[in-house]
Design a protein around this ligand. Structure first.
Ligand SMILES: *[C@@H]1O[C@H](CO)[C@@H](O)[C@H](O)[C@H]1NC(C)=O
Ligand SMILES: *[C@@H]1O[C@H](CO)[C@@H](O)[C@H](O)[C@H]1NC(C)=O
Ligand SMILES: *[C@@H]1O[C@H](CO)[C@@H](O)[C@H](O)[C@H]1NC(C)=O
Ligand SMILES: *[C@@H]1O[C@H](CO)[C@@H](O)[C@H](O)[C@H]1NC(C)=O
Ligand SMILES: *[C@@H]1O[C@H](CO)[C@@H](O)[C@H](O)[C@H]1NC(C)=O
Length: 393
């Protein structure tokens, strides 16, 4: 977080050392991404790192008219991104912050849809990854119910090394022990840290640093709501500053998609429709056909155990023949859905069903067929467990 200062100092030194050229070149119009995107930086200390705040609302922005004990009926009071920042006197002594608003009209990130989140992703990619970017990292505030979906989407689409951090809260700001202020501060410090580079999207929650690729909401009300479904935490906060246990690494199951590729098929204004079905005894295969009839290009089944489907094989075969793409994950909270010997649809491996939906959306939008989708989900796992797969066998 100190490197901007260092860069400025060294430029000044070069300016002093180099004599004036004979001919002064016409000064080119140098615009920064911040200027282009109309970002208003709060704080005013230009030596501090610039962290973009993508605001989608969520509990971190919500308050209750039912008193300081309520953590289920809130939402009548709402903080803007600027008001969340203004609650904390420490933030602007460490960073410059600019707010970009990505709420839906009525209900903040509860009502977030694929189109809005894709637009936010394009904006964040432009702000962080363009040649003229003067921004060091980003945090996004999000409702916790779908935080993992946005985290995973951003993780697969923004990969220029700059930190993107998800933050939220489990308790409204009117609660006697609001967790949002500390999660927000820690998330901003994480996004501003040079140690955070090349680690993918991260989640700052309850003093934990959790990888965005693996994160899921494990508890519906406890402030320690999030954890990874595979691997462990990346680190933790001590005195509200990030400490990483390990150097950066990338999940084997991760595939970085190109925003241009994903956006090129104009028949999908946002992302292709993919539905999730939950398997149990007497699973009705007609549900898969109905989803397809209703416009789904793909279906994710939360299968039993390591990716079983108890019944409905005939209808599933029919849907596949009609061009539906199918990925089967596991309804178990941990562990993989393992590859079949001769696959006709994909097993999701260690990618959880909620994340598998997004990965399949991006694959279909990028023009993958079923065989390519199988390779996408199963390739790394098959390589490791000695079952190399080709479409012929
Ligand atoms: C330089 O930028 C200014 C302000 O944005 C604009 O009015 C002007 O046309 C630009 N000049 C060139 C040569 O691009
Ligand atoms: C701006 O931030 C730098 C780096 O932390 C600090 O040294 C300096 O005192 C700050 N300037 C002001 C006016 O607060
Ligand atoms: C923030 O910086 C200002 C100016 O350096 C200082 O007066 C103030 O105490 C700092 N605030 C906090 C909370 O550290
Ligand atoms: C953010 O966007 C929403 C939805 O368009 C709008 O209702 C709200 O006023 C905006 N908030 C700010 C602070 O601009
Ligand atoms: C997304 O951006 C496009 C292009 O600017 C715009 O037409 C569309 O209304 C936006 N969608 C949402 C939900 O914000």
């Amino acid at each position: 977080m100190r490197y901007l200062g260092v860069v400025l100092v060294s430029l000044a030194a070069v300016g002093n050392a180099v004599p004036f050229p004979h001919q002064i070149q016409p000064r080119q119009n140098v615009t920064t991404a911040s200027q282009r995107l109309g970002l208003q930086w709060l704080g005013g200390n230009s030596t501090l790192p610039k962290i973009l705040v993508l605001y989608t609302g969520g509990t971190i922005a919500g308050g209750s008219i039912y008193g300081a004990l309520d953590n289920t009926q809130y939402g009548q009071l709402v903080l803007t991104g600027e008001q969340i920042i203004a609650r904390d006197p420490y933030l602007l002594n460490h960073t410059q912050l600019a707010v970009s608003n990505w709420t839906t009209e009525e209900d903040g990130s509860t009502g977030t849809n694929d189109a809005l989140v894709m637009n936010m992703t394009r904006f964040a990619h432009d702000a962080l990854c363009s040649k003229d970017s003067d921004i060091d990292g980003a945090v996004f505030t999000h409702g916790t119910n779908s935080l993992e979906e946005t985290a995973f989407l951003l993780d697969l689409l923004i990969n220029c090394g700059k930190p993107v951090v998800a933050v939220g809260a489990m308790r409204p700001f009117t609660h006697l022990s609001f967790d949002g202020d500390s999660n927000f501060f820690q998330g901003v410090m994480l996004a501003a840290s040079l140690d955070s580079r090349n680690r993918g999207v991260m989640v700052a929650f309850n003093d934990r640093i959790i990888p965005g690729f693996w994160v899921t909401k494990l508890h519906s009300t406890n402030p320690n709501a999030f954890g990874p479904t595979a691997t462990g935490d990346l680190g933790q906060f001590i005195n509200s500053l990030p400490y990483f246990y390990n150097t950066p690494s990338t999940p084997n199951a991760k595939h970085a998609f190109s925003l241009d590729e994903v956006s090129k098929d104009s028949s999908f204004p946002a992302l292709p429709k993919v539905d999730i079905l939950y398997a149990a005894r007497e699973f009705d295969g007609q549900l898969v056909l109905d989803a397809q009839k209703n416009g789904a290009k793909g279906v994710i089944i939360a299968g039993t155990g390591n990716g079983g489907i108890p019944s409905g094989g005939e209808q599933i075969g029919e849907a596949l023949d009609n061009g539906l793409q199918l990925v089967v994950g596991t309804r178990s909270p941990f562990g993989p859905s393992t590859p079949s010997r001769t696959p006709v649809y994909a097993k999701s491996g260690f990618v959880h069903v909620i994340q598998a939906r997004i990965m399949l959306q991006l694959a279909i939008a990028s023009g993958y067929n079923m065989d390519q989708t199988i390779e996408l989900f199963e390739g790394a796992l098959r390589k490791s467990i000695g079952q190399p797969w080709s479409p012929e066998n």
